[in-house]
Design a protein around this ligand. Structure first.
Ligand code: NAP
Length: 302
């Protein structure tokens, strides 16, 4: 069964479900998990220069034996060292990932770039050259997105952000701006209400909806799958990950589940908005610097 795809503003499309090589695999040999994910049915692999494991991701992709054209590979730009260019860093990623283009190249963190507008112009250059089919951003709050939009001749196709019901109220104006510019939202941390903010007001709602979908579909349904159905119904890319084979099957099984109803989406939105929990980089981060090892230092009051 194939994964549904979402159309991007540049005419390409992106598979809705992605397997991430960050978080638990940061700096580690992710080759086997990547191979397992592709063999199980994932076709979208999410990588990053910052994860310091692109060689392993490349090895995992090669070992899976699926033709390159059937895969969708995302990677993300790290801080560009003095004397190097965005292109230099992307070419290095392509070598490590064993491919001659990525499907999507994202600026990983706005705060790692002194001159964001200049970085975006370089991103446009690598897309024009064909090294990246699509370009976009990640962890961009409104302020940074507007900065890029001021100079963009190519609108970012995607903004990959932490997104789940416990940040949806805080992220409402950003999502509205995405819609205005036809920028696709991609979510990481989507399972946060279930695994990083347990005991919250959504727990009972997710259990109730899981039971309703299970009854309607005749299939077992988990609370995590309901969170992923919530993203899918909103047209938001779901970037998730796991170190377990059975969890790969749980994620992929979402493809065969029906959409949740508009009323169920509204109930998750409403109950989710009563609690705020951000598990990753927080917005606004204007006064903070995120370092390549994910540590954050902030100026006073930042
Ligand atoms: N752009 C960025 O700055 C950024 C930041 C963070 C992440 N990402 C990307 O997003 C990917 C996904 O990461 P994520 O952690 O955000 O994804 P997530 O979907 O929020 O969480 C995935 C994690 O949830 C665990 N999990 C799933 N169901 C569970 C359950 N029922 N009970 C307990 N644990 C459960 C899995 O652990 P098991 O291994 O036990 O299955 C896995 O580690 C990363 O690998 C990376 O590629 C990007």
């Amino acid at each position: 069964m194939s994964t549904p795809a979402i159309s991007l503003n540049d005419g390409t499309s992106i598979p809705w479900l992605a397997f991430g090589s960050g978080t638990a695999f940061f700096g580690k040999d992710a080759s086997k998990p990547v191979t397992d994910a592709i063999r199980a049915g994932f076709r979208h692999i999410d990588a990053a220069q910052m994860y310091k494991n692109e060689e392993y991701v490349g090895a995992g992709i090669a070992a899976a034996g699926v033709p390159r054209a059937e895969l969708y590979i995302t990677t993300k730009l790290n801080k560009v060292p003095e004397g190097q260019t965005v292109r230099d860093l992307l070419v290095d990623s392509l070598r490590k990932l064993r491919t001659d283009y990525v499907d999507l190249f994202l600026i990983h963190m706005p705060t790692l770039h002194e001159d964001l507008k200049a970085t975006w112009r370089e991103m446009e250059g690598v897309q024009r050259e064909g090294l990246a089919r699509s370009i976009g951003v990640s962890n961009f709050s409104l302020r940074y997105l507007r900065e890029v939009l001021e100079v963009a001749t190519i609108t970012p196709a995607v903004n990959q952000i932490e997104y789940h019901p416990y940040v949806s109220r805080a992220g409402a104006s950003l999502i509205a701006t995405h819609k205005e510019h036809n920028i696709t939202t991609s979510s990481f941390g989507g399972l946060t209400p279930l695994i990083r903010a347990t005991g919250g007001p959504l727990d009972a709602v997710l259990t109730k909806i899981a039971a309703r979908v299970a009854q309607g579909s005749g299939k077992a349904v988990t609370e995590g799958q309901v969170l992923q159905l919530w993203l899918r119904k909103k047209g938001i890319v779901c970037v998730t990950t796991t170190s377990k084979l059975e969890r790969l099957q749980e994620y992929l099984a979402v493809r065969a589940l029906p959409d949740i109803s508009d009323e169920e989406v509204a109930e998750i939105d409403e109950v989710g908005s009563t609690q705020h929990h951000r598990a990753f980089v927080s917005f606004p981060i204007a006064l903070c610097r995120v370092h390549t090892d994910y540590t954050v230092t902030c100026r006073p009051n930042g």
